[in-house]
Design a protein around this ligand. Structure first.
Ligand code: NA7
Length: 535
């Protein structure tokens, strides 16, 4: 490649929220870093997921970067829960402000990263065959970038346009009056369904597993609120630091099981009427851990679906049976249930009439063929480890990350993998996840501290020691024990039925809470990074 790249200090894979901030911090250290990105511009998740209705379930003003006073002062979120086009505009604004694109190369997907042990050098190979080398490799891949299509035969046969929601065409697609079929009923599908249902001629939803969902209550930010938010950023971010998920919501200290039905239900009614994730992560503290408390909440939530969906048989189909409320990532919705009261919407339960194949005309189930003009696959992602599995990452002695992690990732603090020197991960497995940019900023800041330490001490090479890795993996497993969440299949527990070898649950996040995670990583830094070996 071009000459200046020969002197690189680091390569960062991914120009999403993580890669952008990592580049900014590395520049601050005087390092020369190059970002490689498959998309044609910055944005990551918000670049790729352009499907109708894509937006935050996090309060916008708690989601943006906190590191720049100038950005906080200048940027105005139009809505409390930002829509994808505004979020992408925000990230472009940040990229412009810090002139980030200068060190980014777009339209190239990294296919391999090999470590040369003797030279302490990572060489990445891109899909056009080009290579690039640097001593340090940062994976800023995003936990939800490896989208997965349904493993249904005949996908190539369909004659009309068909898209995964994470590959929605940039120019958009006119769905007005069209017969549209959508597979999936996760957070993405719910946003998409409720948005397109008004415009399409007919919408048919193919549901395998219904999810619990609760109202988002989004609205525009008034000028008065805008001024108030800007004056309170420090307080907002401090609040996010104090909660387990880095959202503004924190579990209520009371237990559902110790209150009267009237007290419980009054609280749930209040949460149901409020914006955001309060009803999920701001619920009574026993709801996500005690099966009895969860059953009470689940029962109450079932009633809400019945109230909102006119046909009791459809309400029944939309009610989850195999998991309790909040034990999977809770999608937030805006009129989702009411969509099923419309004449132009059909819900197909594919447990009763399974999909046999995709045909030229549409989708054939065991009872009939459904004809469509457009097909939408809202079928999710190979979460967290999927993006790592898709790159051939090879360390010293030909050790492959993909093989190492097949059963369970082996990391230290979720930021380095055992046996892979100078490979720094932002939001890899085993880190706390919640309000993602809050997590990202902490991880990048911590990694920046590690790089600073290496520079101060003349180290060129870092890797985690075996024993601390074993301790950390054990701790991660222990933190997930007892959570109802850990007993349910979802991308969060590493299950994707469309991906071979990904049918078994794994612990892919740190579920001891963001506060405890921060305490752990800060202790390692304060102790002089003794859990790592340096050269
Ligand atoms: P999810 O939550 O993984 O949802 C994917 C949906 O697609 C889910 O309803 C799946 O049903 C369904 N699916 C997947 N494959 C198939 C096949 N082969 N047949 C039928 N149905 C299928 O992904 P999302 O994109 O909605 O959300 C991901 C995250 O993005 C979300 O948590 C937010 O953080 C943002 P299943 O449940 O597997 O039966």
């Amino acid at each position: 490649m071009d000459q200046p790249d020969a002197a690189l200090d680091a390569i960062i894979i991914g120009a999403g929220i993580s890669g952008m901030y990592m580049l900014h911090r590395m520049r601050g250290l005087g390092m020369r870093a190059r970002v490689i990105e498959a998309g044609t511009d910055v944005g990551g998740t918000w670049y790729w997921n352009r499907y109708p209705g894509a937006r935050f379930d996090s309060e916008s003003w708690s989601y943006g970067y906190s590191f720049s006073e100038e950005v906080l002062r200048e940027w105005e979120w139009p809505e409390h829960f930002s829509a994808q086009p505004d979020t992408l505009r925000y990230l472009e604004f940040v990229a412009d402000k810090f002139d980030l694109r200068r060190d980014m190369r777009f339209g190239r997907r990294v296919t391999a990263a090999h470590f040369d042990d003797a030279r302490t050098l990572w060489t990445v190979t891109m899909d056009d065959g080009a290579t690039l080398s640097a001593p340090i490799l940062v994976t800023a891949l995003g936990p939800l970038s490896a989208f997965t299509l349904p493993n249904i035969p005949g996908r190539e046969d369909f004659r009309g346009p068909a898209f995964h929601t994470a590959r929605w065409p940039r120019e958009g697609i006119d769905l007005r009056g069209k017969r549209v079929g959508i597979i999936g009923t996760g957070a993405t599908a719910i946003q998409c369904i409720q948005t397109i249902a008004q415009d399409v001629g007919h919408l048919t939803v193919f549901q395998r597993t219904p999810n619990w969902a609760a109202p988002l209550h989004n609205r525009r930010i008034t000028p008065e609120e805008q001024a108030d938010i800007k004056s309170r950023y420090a307080e907002i971010f401090e609040r996010c630091r104090q909660t387990d998920t880095c959202f503004i919501h924190q579990a209520d200290p009371r237990k559902a099981t110790e209150l009267s039905a009237a007290e419980r239900e009054a609280f749930w009614e209040k949460l149901y009427g409020e914006p955001g994730f309060g009803i999920w992560v701001g619920n009574f503290r026993d709801v996500l851990v005690d099966p009895k408390a969860n059953a009470l909440m689940t029962d109450w939530a079932r009633g809400k679906i019945r109230q909102r969906v006119k046909d009791p048989a459809i309400a029944d189909l939309l009610t989850p049976r195999n998991h309790g409320f909040g034990t999977r990532r809770l999608p937030l919705e805006s009129g989702y249930y009411e969509v099923y009261n419309q004449d132009n919407v059909t819900l197909v339960d594919i447990n009763t009439t399974p999909i046999e194949r995709i045909t030229e005309r549409g989708i054939r189930c065991t009872d009939r063929e459904h004809a469509f003009d457009v097909l939408i696959y809202a079928t999710g992602f190979d979460g967290v480890t999927g993006p790592y599995d898709r790159i051939d990452i090879t360390g010293p002695g030909g050790r492959r990350l993909r093989d190492d992690w097949q059963a369970m990732p082996r990391t230290l603090l979720g930021m380095m993998a055992e046996g892979f020197p100078n490979l720094l991960m932002v939001l890899g497995p085993h880190t706390a996840r919640g309000n993602i940019p809050r997590n990202i900023e902490e991880l990048v800041d911590w990694l920046t501290g590690l790089l600073q330490f290496m520079r101060d001490n003349g180290h060129h090479r870092v890797e985690p020691r075996a024993e601390p890795v074993a301790d950390w993996v054990r701790h991660v497993e222990q933190a997930a024990e007892g959570l109802l969440f850990s007993q349910v299949d979802s991308w969060q527990t590493g299950v994707n039925r469309n991906v071979e070898g990904r049918q078994v649950r794994r612990t892919l996040g740190y579920y001891g809470g963001a506060v405890r995670f921060r305490r752990k990583i800060e202790a390692v830094a304060a102790g002089g990074y003794q859990e790592f070996a340096f050269r």
